[in-house]
Write a protein that binds this ligand. Structure first.
Ligand SMILES: Cc1cc2nc3c(=O)[nH]c(=O)nc-3n(C[C@H](O)[C@H](O)[C@H](O)COP(=O)(O)OP(=O)(O)OC[C@H]3O[C@@H](n4cnc5c(N)ncnc54)[C@H](O)[C@@H]3O)c2cc1C
Length: 427
């Protein structure tokens, strides 16, 4: 039986582990955190799984995850929801998603090594032979036939001697954020405000979606789900930012997570100028972001329509890192290919999210994929140069910075995780 090691248990690593095990491999998933999931269980919508036109482009593991969610709680999958701005996000109750993922990993006999960090790799002639991993109590030497680098930053590839690029050419990174959720939100009140004040939210940025702001706000209202980005320039946020009641950001990105709890996920905090390759800098950002959560939640209760009775129901346990290392692969996914919805003959996965690069303060670059279509991800983007049995998945695939701004989203990470595991199983 082939032994496949999956390094990292975020969205990409989970998909890779399920797919490797489904392909008959003896699969070990190693994660240095105390549980798997990464951002997947934060409550943010899965982007890159449905195009802006609502066509599902990720199948296989994602479908199994959705089925497992529905079996646990039918209302757990809210489904694809359009923000009438740029995207269609797949909204799922994150706690149901967490349970479903653990059930799937058990069902496929994936061996879990949690609280365990891969610390070194033994490579000969381009072949990774075994890895060393350490936990508080043990050290493991794991021989393997193939591995998937789903570490979010190409850390396994780097240990194997592969090249990894961090951030922009002048070492700038997208800001860090601490995502949180609030429950007892009155969805209707918020949506009514949006319908009456379409100028307060970001809308109509994608030519594949309706182009009239009033119509977009009306559609959002009729769907009854608050998937909306309240703009920094709005009458709601601008005065608070100017008065320094809350920090500066592009928008308050609001996503429904559980209608039965009146719960939403809030992606609104940000700490810019942090070197994401420096763990001490990332660690130092967490208390700063926690203060932003306190101020923002209080401000929302006082000023945001629908939030008067709301309370914080969950705060993600670590800084959200949008950008870290990208491997140097046999092929590189380019921003131009993403925007042009380019196809290729050796595609192993596809993506559809816009080029999405957050900057400091209110800045953000958002460039939609042409006509709401999908682009191909070539096999070589998953293959670190010089390594024969290691495949990259998720945020760290070979991509230029712009393309990474698209391929980093969770739906696409699930697709590349699945594809990397298939390549590993074929070895
Ligand atoms: C604030 C924020 C908002 C976002 N919004 C959205 C959104 O709305 N929708 C969306 O789809 N995407 C969003 N994204 C992007 C998305 O969440 C991430 O890019 C994606 O989850 C990355 O998944 P991954 O599996 O590649 O990496 P990760 O989730 O980072 O997983 C990598 C895992 O590897 C582990 N690891 C690393 N090194 C080792 C080692 N040596 N040994 C063992 N384990 C190791 C880490 O602990 C980690 O759990 C957002 C990201 C952020 C930060």
């Amino acid at each position: 039986m082939k032994k496949i090691v999956i390094a990292g248990g975020g969205a990409a690593g989970i998909a890779a582990a399920v797919e490797a095990a489904k392909n008959g491999a003896d699969t070990t998933l190693i994660e240095m955190d105390g549980g798997v999931g990464g951002d997947l269980f934060s409550g943010m919508p899965l982007l890159g799984a449905f195009t802006a036109k609502g066509v599902q482009i990720s199948h296989g593991v994602l479908d199994e995850i959705l089925d497992a969610c529905r079996k646990i709680h039918p209302a757990g999958v809210i489904g694809p929801v359009c923000d009438y701005r740029t995207v269609v996000g797949l909204c799922i109750d994150p706690e149901i998603l967490r349970l479903a993922v653990y059930r799937l990993l058990k069902q496929y006999n994936v061996k879990l090594l949690l609280n365990t960090m891969i610390v070194s790799a033994n490579v000969g002639r381009g072949i990774l032979k075994n890895i060393t991993a350490r936990s508080k109590n043990s050290e493991y030497e794991l021989p393997l036939d193939a591995a998937v680098d789903a570490t979010g930053g190409g850390y396994l590839t780097s240990m194997c001697g592969g090249k990894v690029f961090f951030g922009s050419e002048n070492k700038m990174f997208q800001p860090l954020s601490l995502v949180f959720r609030m429950c007892n939100v009155d969805y209707q009140k918020l949506l009514l405000h949006i319908r009456n004040h379409p100028e307060d939210v970001l809308l109509c940025e994608n030519s594949a979606l309706p182009g009239d702001r009033q119509e977009a706000a009306e559609l959002l209202y009729r769907h009854g789900l608050p998937y909306a980005a309240v703009s920094a320039e709005s009458s709601l946020l601008a005065p608070a930012m100017n008065a320094k009641r809350i920090h500066q950001c592009t928008a308050a990105f609001i996503t429904p997570t559980a209608p039965e709890r009146g719960e939403v996920c809030l992606n609104v905090t940000r700490n810019s100028g942090i070197d994401c390759a420096d763990d001490s800098a990332v660690s130092g950002a967490l208390p700063v972001l926690a203060e932003q959560v306190i101020d923002t939640a209080e401000f929302f209760r006082q000023e945001m329509p629908g939030f008067a009775q709301a309370s914080v129901s969950h705060i993600f346990h670590k800084c959200g890192v949008r950008e870290s290392g990208r491997i140097d692969g046999e092929e590189t996914l380019l921003q131009d290919d993403v925007v042009a919805a380019a196809k290729c003959s050796d595609a192993v996965a596809s993506g559809c999210h816009h080029v999405d690069i957050h900057g400091c303060g209110k800045n953000q670059i958002r460039i939609p994929v042409r006509d709401g279509l999908a682009y191909d991800i070539p096999r070589g983007a998953l293959c670190p140069k010089g390594l024969k049995n290691v495949f990259a998945a998720g945020r760290c695939i070979s991509s230029d910075r712009g393309a990474n701004g698209s391929a980093r989203v969770m739906g696409t990470c699930i697709s590349t995780g699945q594809a990397a595991a298939r390549l590993a199983a074929e070895i």
